[in-house]
Design a protein around this ligand. Sequence first.
Ligand SMILES: Cc1cc2nc3c(=O)[nH]c(=O)nc-3n(C[C@H](O)[C@H](O)[C@H](O)COP(=O)(O)OP(=O)(O)OC[C@H]3O[C@@H](n4cnc5c(N)ncnc54)[C@H](O)[C@@H]3O)c2cc1C
Length: 413
Amino acid sequence: MFEAAPDVLIVGAGPVGLFTALTLARQGVRVQIADSAFWTCAHSYALALHPRTLGLLKQAGVEPEIKRKSLLLNRIAFYDGSTRKAEIPLDEPLAVSRQDALESILEDALNHIGVRVQWRSEVSALWPENGQVRAKIDSFERESRGYAIAHEEWVVANCKELEVPWVIGADGYDSSVRRAIDAEFVQTGAPQYYAVFEFESDEPRCDELRVALGEDTTDALWPLPNGHWRWSFELPYYKAARQLAGPGYFLTSRLRDHDPKPFEIPVLEESTFRTLLALRAPWFKGDIRSITWRTVVRFEQRQASQYGAGRMWLAGDSAHLTGPVGVQSMNVGMQEGHDLAGIIAGGGNALKLQAYNDRWTGVWRQLHGLDKGVHPSMHANAWISDHVARILPCLPGYGNELVEVANHLAVTA
Ligand SMILES: Cc1cc2nc3c(=O)[nH]c(=O)nc-3n(C[C@H](O)[C@H](O)[C@H](O)COP(=O)(O)OP(=O)(O)OC[C@H]3O[C@@H](n4cnc5c(N)ncnc54)[C@H](O)[C@@H]3O)c2cc1C
């Protein structure tokens, strides 16, 4: 069955897909956005917006609402053992906002201009046809099955095909759009595992991100809105048990938001959390009241061999993955989505699309440390010189912007 096609089909309604859809729709482009998940994510996941991303959200008219639901951080502090070693005052704040709050605001803004996300709709095949792209979309519905013990299953209720001028793959790490353009997802560094704990504490509220650098670990303490906190501890020797993790990127995926079974994973026990705190952040004195969320996340470091081909283009985690502390994947992804939306809204000039590919490939080569070129003129302090390669990925931004932020690094001990 065929139906009237939009100008752009966006595959994936994570933060990048939603923001790209909003950017396009606000420029009068007809968008359709489909996601195989049942709803937006239900957790904080990537939790901070960089100043540059906030600037783009301001253009899209949603920044006031986001700031209202955010905690603004004005500093990043670095610790080594029990000593606070350095800090960076930020000229423009980082906005800490739960990823689910951000996604809801973006979805509401889309609804407001008449664009509804098609949840439970998986783009199962894509191929070039008649100078456009043909997409097959399967929609799922719950259906009751069985006699003796009745149970419900999600089944394909509807299968549609449409022909569309452009496809944007904002479909995350396991991107089907990336596969459709035959791009490789090249590993550019070793994967990192993190144990993530969100909890309530009596720790006095602060307006800074605290990063604890150990011998081979980078841990982060984020203050969250409503008196909550997040500790992310790097687990350098962690091996995911296949039967727990399954294949893929995250132990917790959106489809399993409500069934992560964290207590099957010993590293997530409260006693381990307290041991990690005592060993790696002895300066943290807050009382752990209740742990509200915990999970182990595997962060890979990868980059797509190309950002697009013909009329199918990528933005966000479909094109790159990296570690969590700098929150680069989502922020740079949203900036890519904005850039791509502008090019497509302007007619999709082939040279501009090639420049899009080159620009963001270059940014990610630098962020992944494959191309040098970021040379902050930091204080000639031995600790900073020894740690600069680990400090840079924790900072918001890339290129010159990153140099500017890094140049504010001030020694405190
Ligand atoms: C538990 C967890 C903790 C995290 N913590 C951090 C952190 O601390 N810092 C950080 O920077 N990042 C973190 N991340 C990563 C961060 O969430 C991602 O970088 C961000 O969500 C990327 O956004 P995206 O829109 O590109 O992709 P995603 O958010 O992955 O969205 C992709 C969407 O595409 C949909 N999709 C996939 N295939 C199809 C298809 N064929 N058809 C239709 N829809 C499809 C998926 O259902 C999904 O909703 C975390 C992620 C998880 C899961």
